[in-house]
Design a protein around this ligand. Sequence first.
Ligand SMILES: Nc1ncnc2c1ncn2[C@@H]1O[C@H](COP(=O)(O)OP(=O)(O)O)[C@@H](O)[C@H]1O
Ligand SMILES: [Mg+2]
Length: 400
Amino acid sequence: MVTPAKILIVEDDANLSELASIVLSKEGYTVRVAGDGPSALELARSWAPDLVMLDVMMPGMDGYSVAAQLRALPQTATAPIIIVSAKQTLQDKSRGFEAGADDYITKPFEKAELLLRINAQLRRTRTLQTHQPDNLSHLITVFSLRGGVGTTSLSANLAAGLRLLWDEPVALLDLSLPIGACDVMLNVKPRYNLGTLARQEYTQLELEEIKDHMVHHESGIDLLGGVVNPTDAEFVTEKLTTFLVNHLMTDYRYIVMDTSHEFSGPTLTALERADEVLVPIAPDISSVRTAAAAMRIFDDLKLDPDKIHLLLNASFSASGLKSEQIEKALKREIGHVILHDDAWTESVNTGKPMILNGKSGAGPVLEDLIWELSLEADRGKNPPSPTPMWKRRAERVKKD
Ligand SMILES: Nc1ncnc2c1ncn2[C@@H]1O[C@H](COP(=O)(O)OP(=O)(O)O)[C@@H](O)[C@H]1O
Ligand SMILES: [Mg+2]
């Protein structure tokens, strides 16, 4: 469900505000009315409307000053302001625009015109928001140039774990080509997926329509399943990836992206857009060599070295290179080590990520990893109702 836009009507003529209020409520908007400037500003502060309909001639404070003050409030700094006034000279209008209004309707107006203008203004801010996503969303890309090192397993565990840790909206985006596997890891069968989305004229889709392509997993996360039919893979482009990231960012606090083992357009986009990049490495020569090559490409791409996190994952066998040896070869630090454990394979086969079954020895390592990859703003706060995972970690830190 899209939350209905909130419209504040500022109008001293009670008959008129009631009429407008009825019209807009019928359209599905949430409406509040203020009869004068000061109460309008108070409501703007506490209620943060998405759009303001503003009369000019009001006792006390006129509409121009209200508009100017609305612009100065963080809650309404970018909300469209539509001036509705009987004053109709060019001078009146330009004063309104100078004060910060986005549109001007002269009284008397037709119901249809009011709706048309309001819808247009709201659509405009929506597109602006999707193209300039706020930084309250955290993007985590899991990438390895070599397959079989746990890229997909870790993506699924990260997504489910972030949800467990913060109880915030989390999306898992399976960009692995030519075929995805996050659906298998989570034991879900999405009806639609990245491939079906890519094949349609997607550029006009709204967030809610993208969400229709996702499946909700019992862990609480939403998955945009990867390509199932490899012939769809060629339609998955950089442009589609950017489009999806921009839209998902408006609703999800965390977005985890599983990627292919090569540098295609979607992978590059996922790497560039990411706030954190997790690179699993298996403890063998071939994996280390591939990781070194990937690091060189990261440098060429000018990816911020601080966002790259190396993880040693003994996906193939228990024995192998030690992390110090790999650190020496790569000249980079390995932040986390996951030991070999057949429970990983079992978790893939049962479609239940390790982080959800609670009995794995990898629990604390995974939890620490998930913590480290979280938003700084989240790590720094004391949640009012902490999750069990948050409390577990706090206990662990206290003991150390
Ligand atoms: N630490 C581990 N110990 C044992 N097996 C693991 C470990 N990590 C991953 N695996 C197994 O390795 C296989 C490949 O993992 P996957 O996540 O599909 O890798 P990728 O996406 O890099 O190809 C899976 O069967 C997974 O269960
Ligand atoms: Mg994979």
